[in-house]
Design a binder for this molecule. Structure first.
Ligand SMILES: Cc1cc2nc3c(=O)[nH]c(=O)nc-3n(C[C@H](O)[C@H](O)[C@H](O)COP(=O)(O)OP(=O)(O)OC[C@H]3O[C@@H](n4cnc5c(N)ncnc54)[C@H](O)[C@@H]3O)c2cc1C
Length: 311
């Protein structure tokens, strides 16, 4: 890293516990695709104070940083990332239910929130029960499935600007659209989410969850590391169908493979590198484009060493 990590670490220690600062840390175990090289510094804040402190230090030293949730839609290059990664999932996971409202810190896993809602007899987020992200990552991506998406249940979100200012905004101001939210534009860090659900019948809610889980386990290659559906759904098409029709199911580059079960998934068969995944992505994009004129764009966030987003 072109910054003095030693000095930055010293400053971080004013706010962040030593055990929550990992220099030169491989990102492989922290993403569900299980690839990627080291981040110059990985921070694992577990309190609001640690998170605010970490953001203050990045601002003070003008160091590039990436916020990550549970790493289920994120891949780093094999060369790693030349900056600070702040991982929100694994900490910052307080959850509280009051009536029809759920307050969840951004690091809370979506599956935990969906189960808590079900247990409280609250309906509206059954769709989220199998999405392996954090609630912050799900808001950022406007995650969704089976006709539901976060935009339908987000009441408001509190986020922290680069200048360290906390803002609270209602869902309707968050520019939600297909797998998009305002946070992809403004770079703020999502801190907490307020979800508005409705009273429902606990048995019906549980049955819906079981049905969605059954669909996932039979139709998705969950035995392998992946980042879920790799490409965004192009208007008027399904990425998986276009890839399958192009005869690419089962195609491999090194350890990366187009899943035989669901052509929309790129899986890591064991020894994949980020380069294998990028190579396979390019082949899929070029083949589908030349056959159909449709450019498949990655839904997965592919972070290059200098922090730029690969397309
Ligand atoms: C097996 C499998 C199935 C999946 N199924 C679905 C599905 O059905 N529907 C769906 O929509 N997605 C699905 N996904 C993709 C993924 O789970 C979602 O996109 C999820 O919302 C990402 O959350 P995350 O916490 O893992 O975010 P990450 O992957 O860690 O990050 C994703 C993006 O969000 C940003 N981000 C994360 N947290 C914050 C925060 N607190 N503040 C600001 N920015 C933040 C990151 O910078 C990054 O750009 C699936 C993935 C897998 C592996």
């Amino acid at each position: 890293m072109k910054y003095n990590t030693g000095t930055i670490q010293q400053e971080l220690l004013r706010f962040v516990d030593r055990d929550h600062i990992c220099p030169n840390c491989s990102m492989k175990p922290y993403t569900t695709m299980k690839v990627g090289g080291p981040a110059a510094l990985l921070l694992l804040p577990v309190t609001a104070g640690e998170l605010f402190g970490a953001l203050e230090v990045t601002e003070k030293f003008d160091v590039p940083y990436v916020i990550m949730g549970n790493g289920s839609n994120l891949i780093f290059d094999d060369e790693g990332y030349d900056g600070i990664v702040i991982r929100i999932a694994g900490g910052l996971d307080h959850l509280r239910i009051e009536g029809n409202i759920i307050f969840a810190e951004a690091g809370t896993l979506l599956t935990t929130v969906a189960q808590a809602a079900a247990q409280a007899g609250l309906t509206g987020m059954e769709f989220a029960c199998g999405i392996p992200g954090s609630v912050g990552g799900a808001v950022y991506m406007n995650g969704g499935a089976y006709g539901g998406e976060m935009s339908q249940i987000v009441h408001s979100v509190s986020s922290i600007s680069r200048a360290g200012i906390m803002k609270d905004r209602p869902g309707k101001e968050l520019d939600f659209s297909y797998r998009k939210s305002v946070f992809q534009e403004n770079g703020e860090t999502i801190f907490g989410v307020k979800l508005l659900l409705a009273q429902g019948d606990p048995r019906t809610i549980q049955e819906k969850i079981e049905e969605y889980t059954r669909r996932r386990t039979t139709r998705q290659p969950l035995r392998y590391p992946s980042s879920g559906s790799f490409f965004r759904r192009p208007p008027g098409h399904f990425a998986g169908a276009l890839i399958e029709e192009a005869g690419l199911k089962g195609l491999s580059c090194g350890g990366a493979q187009i899943s035989d079960l669901h052509a929309g998934f790129i899986i890591n068969t064991g020894q994949a590198t980020a380069a294998d995944i990028l190579d396979l992505m390019r082949i899929v994009q070029e083949t589908v484009l030349s056959r159909t004129g449709v450019l498949l764009e990655p839904e997965v966030r592919l972070i290059a060493k200098d922090g730029t987003l690969r397309k």
